[in-house]
Write a protein that binds this ligand. Structure first.
Ligand code: ADP
Ligand code: MG
Length: 271
């Protein structure tokens, strides 16, 4: 099992130039659990994740890992505890899959960057878990969007951090691969106790896979808690401006959002 670490944001404000995007958020990523961050486009989900991973400096408030300000933690130390897969990662030109995944091991190597058997094992396991072994020798640039996405996930897995933040890891994936990735993250959480926080667009999959949900709108938290507490028709309307019916997911029993558009009307209601 991994050591448990608690990551939290306290009255966190993040801005680009002077435009504030995250407006005083206080959230805790519960240790050993899977957290999903949901909310409409441009509400600040990626910005929050970047702030949590120390890729953006707060305007005010702070981010704390086990009560230490993340800005006081040396880079290498932070990178062995916390990994992040950004929304649109950029691969170095010409790099192969195996080399890219191998970069996930950098924080674990000493000053001399000596590659060890443990590094080989971590890379091989990450490639196998993400079903990317067969493309290990190919240049990343030649892969399909879905394959590339799985390679990035492999790199994040190879880092073997106790805390893993992933920004829309299922983008570009077909439904089968989306479920596979979420199953894989759940396996990781169950087998190693890895704390996982994911930005996800699909509310219904988020409800299925999350222990904890954080719903954002306009850089503020609208609701947080278990999926059943958070995902109500009222919250969906407040967060997404969407009328919906909430029914139990027939497979998992978790809340399932059925949208009501302008062209359909639930039985017994007038549009
Ligand atoms: N690098 C950046 N520079 C300036 N503005 C940005 C940058 N990244 C995001 N933004 C703006 O911040 C807001 C929130 O963006 P983001 O956190 O990416 O939203 P989400 O991930 O919820 O879609 C958006 O209005 C977006 O245009
Ligand atoms: Mg985003």
């Amino acid at each position: 099992m991994t050591a448990e670490h608690t990551l939290r944001a306290d009255a966190l404000r993040l801005a680009y130039d002077r435009r504030e995007v995250v407006k005083g958020l206080t959230v805790t990523i519960p240790p050993g659990k899977v957290t999903m961050v949901v909310g409409p486009n441009a509400c600040g989900k990626s910005t929050l994740l970047r702030g949590l991973a120390r890729l953006l400096a707060p305007v005010s408030g702070g981010v704390f890992l086990d009560d230490r300000d993340v800005h006081d933690i040396p880079n290498r130390e932070l990178a062995t505890v916390l990994g992040i897969l950004p929304q649109t990662p950029v691969a170095p030109e010409g790099i192969t899959v195996a080399d890219l995944v191998g970069r996930g091991r950098y924080p674990h190597q000493g000053w001399f960057r000596r590659w060890t058997a443990a590094d080989d094992a971590a890379v091989a396991e990450a490639l196998a878990a993400t079903n990317t072994l067969e493309v290990a020798d190919r240049p990343v640039a030649e892969l399909s969007g879905g394959q590339r996405q799985r390679v990035w996930i492999a790199m994040a897995l190879a880092q073997r951090t106790d805390l893993l933040l992933l920004d829309e890891p299922t983008t570009h994936l077909d439904i089968t691969h989306q479920v596979e990735v979420l199953d894989l993250l759940t396996d990781l959480n169950r087998a190693h106790g890895t704390t996982i926080a994911v930005v996800l667009h699909d509310l219904n999959l988020a409800c299925r896979y999350a222990d904890h949900l954080i719903a954002l709108r306009g850089g503020e938290v609208v609701a947080q808690g278990g999926p059943t507490e958070v995902v109500t028709a009222d919250v969906v309307e407040r967060v997404f401006g969407l009328r919906s019916r909430i029914v139990p997911d027939p497979v998992s029993g978790t809340p399932m959002v059925v949208p009501i558009g302008r062209h359909h009307c639930p039985e017994g209601e007038t549009p």
